[in-house]
Design a protein. Structure first.
Length: 515
């Protein structure tokens, strides 16, 4: 597959670009149709090992035969970065089934919610994941490392751009996390923004990596699958813990030239005084960086960090691009070719004032809808516009992010919904009521903070706070447990009984130390 953006004339690209999807489209074919001997993936677990497209195709076909899935079956993928993880997704798509990425840091409750909601009956995982799935006796578990028989080539089943291919769960800002269902056009839909954010990705010598896990849309569709589709070698080297010096060594070992660094990773590199002058492009998204971080990036990398913008429901809709237009301090970039991104008012009309950032229907990376939630899908739209829930303004074509219109917590590059954490804490016998918010933090942007009203018979203490933290960490997810817990006599509530998180955020701003 060739690059969608063939030149750096942004205005011309915007004027000429149109989405054109063939009647038959399957993401596995998009990712595997390259020269057999070309390097597809570079695995790194202390040393680099190249995986060619021929090898990746053989791995995919073995998994597809072993999977024996029917079209439309939902298949969980509980793995971190590796060639087998890529093959798992490709095998599911070749089978016309639906992939459901699952995060290795999820606890049993978070896993159960997604497995049950999606109706998953088979999970492709690794030895560690097999142990995590022991509580789910009804699941069929496939571990490629156990060995798979060679049954020959697997013919890709016919799919089209609107046929369902992947369910990626959102942060769960209101109630339980929702599954954003995407069709086979979603990969093509990501390419303009991915190419733009890496100053026309696909140049000779490009090799790309991200520390972001492939279980999230940022790792899977901002890096891994676009790289395979474009024929750019992608490095698979998920680190248990982000280590700035190990990152520098990895970049040297694998010849990495293009990186998607979440903002927290950039802050950790800055704190460790790491300089990486050999990179061609650095992209960042998930939260705005600010002028100080951008200035540091120019010194540390010798280039301008390109910020991009999107969300699980419609991703890679806007980006900066040093190759295409000047940087605008404080802006997250301009709309990617093929995307009509506007700021709209309550009536759905474009406005020059602050309003809701929205994307017009018809964008290539826009979801088909929320999995089995038609009412939630309808509520996401305002006429022809998909409303992101973020507030912003547009000035001279540059999108300036103002703030979130919901309660999503942005911590270390992850978008975390408070409702799921609240539900987890409420299952502890000591907790009567709970409100969860994001508290500003210089390293992580925000940390998760929980305000708790205890049941009768329990008294506030540091020991109880630690117990509740451990409970949340083990049952929900290690990246989203509350790093601070405060005990209150009562929570601020609306007249209808909803926790007023904005009042808790005000309270958090007045606190100097954890309670």
């Amino acid at each position: 597959m060739t690059r969608l953006l063939s030149h750096a004339d942004y205005d011309r690209l915007r004027a000429e670009f149109r989405w054109q999807f063939p009647a038959r489209l399957n993401m596995a074919d998009q990712c595997l149709t390259h020269d057999r001997d070309q390097v597809a993936i570079i695995e790194h677990d202390g040393q680099a090992r190249q995986v060619t497209y021929a090898q990746l195709t053989a791995m995919t076909d073995r998994l597809a035969h072993a999977l024996d899935a029917a079209p439309g079956d939902r298949v969980g993928i509980l793995r971190t970065q590796s060639a087998w993880t890529a093959a798992a997704h490709l095998a599911v798509w070749k089978s016309a089934a639906i992939a459901v990425p699952l995060f290795k840091l999820f606890g049993p409750e978070a896993l159960a919610l997604r497995l049950e909601d999606a109706g998953v009956r088979t999970v492709i995982t690794d030895p560690e994941g097999r142990a995590m799935l022991q509580p789910f006796a009804h699941l069929r578990i496939i571990v490629p490392e156990d060995g798979l028989p060679d049954a020959g080539p697997f013919s890709t089943r016919a799919t089209g751009p609107e046929d369902p291919a992947v369910i990626i769960y959102t942060s769960g800002t209101t109630g339980a996390p929702k599954g954003a269902l995407h069709g086979h056009r979603v990969l093509t839909g990501h390419l303009p923004g991915v190419e733009m954010s890496h100053d026309l990705l696909g140049q000779p010598g490009d090799v790309i990596w991200t520390p972001a896990d492939w279980a999230w849309i940022g790792g899977l569709f901002d890096v891994a699958m676009p790289a395979l589709a474009l024929g750019v070698p992608v490095v698979a080297a998920r680190m248990p813990k982000f280590d700035p010096r190990a990152v520098a060594q990895l970049i040297e070992d694998c010849g990495i030239r293009n990186v998607f660094f979440p903002p927290t990773a950039l802050k950790m590199l800055k704190a460790a005084d790491i300089r990486l002058p050999g990179l061609r492009s650095v992209a960042s998204g998930g939260e705005t960086l600010g002028a100080e971080m951008l200035a540091w990036g120019r010194g540390a990398f010798g280039l301008t960090i390109n910020e991009f913008y999107g969300q699980t429901e419609c991703n890679m809709v806007a980006s900066s691009s040093a190759a295409m237009f000047p940087e605008c301090a404080g802006a997250i970039g301009r709309a990617a070719p093929g995307f009509d991104v506007q700021v709209i008012d309550d009536s759905g009309q474009s406005t020059a004032a602050e309003g809701d950032i929205a994307i017009r229907r018809g964008a290539g990376s826009m979801m088909l809808g929320y999995w089995q939630k038609p009412e939630a899908t309808a509520a996401k739209f305002r006429g022809e516009w998909m409303v992101t829930g973020d507030r912003g303004v547009i000035e001279d074509g540059y999108i300036r992010f103002v703030g979130r219109d919901d309660d999503v917590i942005t911590s270390a590059g992850y978008r975390i919904g408070p409702s799921e954490i609240e539900d987890c804490l409420l299952r502890h016998p000591a907790v009567a009521q709970v409100g969860v918010i994001g508290k500003p933090d210089p390293l992580r942007t925000e940390i998760v903070k929980a305000y708790i009203v205890l049941r009768q018979g329990y008294e506030p203490s540091d020991e109880l706070a630690a117990t509740l933290q451990a409970h949340a960490r083990s049952q929900s997810a290690a990246h989203s447990y509350p790093r601070e817990i405060a005990f209150l006599d009562a929570l601020p509530m609306t007249v209808t009984g909803k926790v007023m998180r904005r009042e808790l955020r005000k309270l958090a701003m007045t606190e100097e130390t954890p309670t």
